[in-house]
Each structure stands twice: as structure tokens, then as C-alpha cells.
Design a protein around this ligand. Structure first.
Ligand code: SAM
Length: 200
């Protein structure tokens, strides 16, 4: 079965989870991998891998010293990923359990998170759980990268979680999309203080 057909079928039964009718294009998949500092990277996580368009690009460029974990929630997509990428470590489950899934693999720190998750469709509390786990795993130097098919619209949202957010447009995708590159995670207590009205 083609990836497009599998995504379409899953979209019909799990629209909110899949949140797209087609896999990301090669251009968008390459954009999320751009400028990765491979020499200083030990571990990288992909979230919401779907049928694996980003995984395919990652498999081509990842150096042997880098540990890669590919996460996906839907079992049919996980099966497709395992068939296509037999040497990749596919972590099946909810990204809300990321810390646990990585701990099971002896990983407590990562350098990059590449997210294809439909985070803007998540309830706010669930989005906090996922992004805050990523922030803790990334530490002060790691980078969170998020795919979007709504260019620029959610920059404000990611700025609530990260001090530095830049965006790169990718027109060669259906629909056109892009990538948010986010650094400097802001912990929840600091976010709450920033949201408090000034006294006096
Ligand atoms: C917009 S699709 C992106 C798929 C693929 N990365 C791409 O670029 O074509 C979102 C993916 O996130 C997965 N997903 C949604 N919620 C998830 C969750 N809580 N944990 C892990 N994966 C999830 C969906 O099953 C789907 O494969």
C-alpha cells in the first residue's frame, strides 16, 4: 500500500491524530534536518513519524555515532516504519510518555527533537506535557524543531515555550508549510510568572 493511501485511510478513522491527508514532501522533510550539528550530536528523537518521510531523509544523513529514536502512536504506521527502516529504533506509543520511552533505552538527554506531531490540535495540558518533557531532555543547548502546514501562524505559540524561535517557509509541500526552530526552553514556573499581570 502506498504511503499516501495509508495516510488517507488513517486520516478518515483518526483525523485528529493524523491531522494531514498526505505525508510531508521531501523538501519539508529535508528542511527539518537542515543545519544539524552532527559532530556534536549524540542523540536525536523524531516524534509523530507517520509513514516516515522525515525518517527516510534522516536515515540517509545520520552518522553512525548518533543514537536515533523514532516515535509514533498509531500501530499501523509503526508497522510500516519497521518494515521500511528495519535498523531504526521505533518507539511505539504516546509522545506524552517520551521521557519513559527514552529511559527504557538508557537515554536521558537528547540534542534535537524533530516533531511532526499535530501539537496545535492537542489540548493545552497535553501540549505542555510533551513540550516540557522535550525541554527537559534538550537542556539549555538542544533544539526543538516543529513541522507546520500553517506558515507563521503559530510562532507566538512556540514563543511561549522557547526564548528563540525562527521559522523557515517551505513552499514545496501540499499545502505549503515550514519548520519552527526553537531553542532555550522556558520552564512552566517562568511561563506562569510571565503571564501574571503586574501588581500595583
Ligand atoms: C501531521 S502527521 C506527520 C507525519 C509525518 N511526520 C510527516 O511529516 O508526514 C502527525 C503524526 O503524529 C502522530 N501522532 C499524533 N499524536 C501522537 C502522539 N500523542 N504521540 C505520538 N504520535 C502521535 C500521528 O499518528 C501522525 O502520524
Amino acid at each position: 500500500m502506498s504511503d499516501l493511501w495509508l495516510v488517507l485511510r488513517k486520516f478518515v478513522t483518526n483525523a485528529k491524530t493524523v491531522a494531514t491527508v498526505a505525508p510531508s514532501s521531501q523538501a519539508l522533510s529535508r528542511a527539518i534536518l537542515r543545519w544539524i550539528d552532527w559532530a556534536n550530536t549524540k542523540a536525536i528523537v523524531e516524534l509523530g513519524a507517520g509513514t516516515g518521510p522525515i525518517t527516510a531523509e534522516l536515515a540517509q544523513v545520520v552518522p553512525p555515532h548518533v543514537r536515533v529514536v523514532v516515535n509514533e502512536y498509531l500501530p499501523d504506521f509503526c508497522q510500516a516504519l519497521r518494515q521500511k527502516f528495519p535498523t531504526m529504533d521505533v518507539a511505539e506509543g504516546d509522545a506524552k510518555r517520551l521521557t519513559e520511552m527514552l529511559a527504557e533505552r538508557g537515554i536521558t538527554q537528547v540534542d534535537y527533537v524533530l516533531s511532526g506531531l499535530p501539537l496545535t490540535h492537542f489540548a493545552e495540558a497535553d501540549r505542555d506535557v510533551v513540550i516540557d518533557q522535550c525541554g527537559r531532555l534538550l537542556g539549555p543547548t538542544g533544539e526543538f524543531r516543529q513541522l507546520t502546514t500553517a506558515p507563521w501562524l503559530y510562532r507566538g505559540l512556540y514563543r511561549r515555550y522557547f526564548r528563540e524561535v525562527s521559522f523557515r517557509l517551505v513552499v514545496w509541500n501540499l499545502p505549503p508549510g515550514g519548520v519552527y526552530y526553537c531553542r532555550g526552553w522556558i520552564p512552566p514556573d517562568e511561563r506562569a510568572r510571565a503571564a501574571e499581570p503586574l501588581a500595583g
